[in-house]
Design a protein around this ligand. Sequence first.
Ligand code: NI
Length: 188
Amino acid sequence: MSDEVEGQVRTEELDPEREARRQLALAQIRQYPDPVLRMEARPVEEFDDDLRRLVARMKDLMQEANGVGLAATQVGVLRRVFVFSPEEERVHALVNPSLELRGDEKETDDEGCLSIQGVTVPVERVTAVRLQGRDEDGKEVSYDLEGMAARIVQHEYDHLDGKLMLDRTSPEARREAMAALRPRLVLR
Ligand code: NI
């Protein structure tokens, strides 16, 4: 079975039952051009059961949809929360994250997004970041990340500010992506 990360999405062969579950998860994730994807999320003030339920739901949806990251914005909740999974076995939640870009080294690679299905675009990102914040229980967490993990959290952090990978790619790649998205918008 192949299992690679393409953009922000794990690609693998899925059996029909698993594929049906993936589609059910995707149906609960806001899709471009939903205007909520352009809005700025507000900080979380209370670390309560509502927050823990939200994080549990996001982890579940991300894994069911075969994603490697998901922001609360993408489930229509404008709070500064995202989950990410740098390796398949582990999912981390970040609440009220801060992101420090470290060094000048940058790399361009293709990204995808669970809210912009079927499209990948090249995005230049810095290769090393420090991510700090709290987990869903309010505990302080800090991660030094490189490579794919650094890319994932930059993408998810952008969602909290209403930014999309389409804003960070080349004008040419953006045009191509928009052309690919347009027919599906008509059919929806
Ligand atoms: Ni995304």
